[in-house]
Design a protein around this ligand. Structure first.
Ligand SMILES: [Zn+2]
Length: 51
């Protein structure tokens, strides 16, 4: 018997590595807040430019 199981991976903030509590599995959080998301994007752009 197969049961549908939704696995929620314990994601951590991509910027500060803090574990995030996932309350919405359909929209998992990757950052603590918008500020960390912005910083992460900036770091990506900088890395892309330098590469
Ligand atoms: Zn963070």
């Amino acid at each position: 018997m197969r049961s549908i199981q939704i696995e929620v991976d314990p994601l951590e903030c991509r910027f500060c590595r803090r574990p995030l509590e996932q309350r919405r599995w359909w929209a998992p959080k990757r950052f603590c807040n918008g500020w960390h998301r912005l910083k992460y994007r900036v770091c990506q752009v900088v890395a892309f430019v330098l590469d």
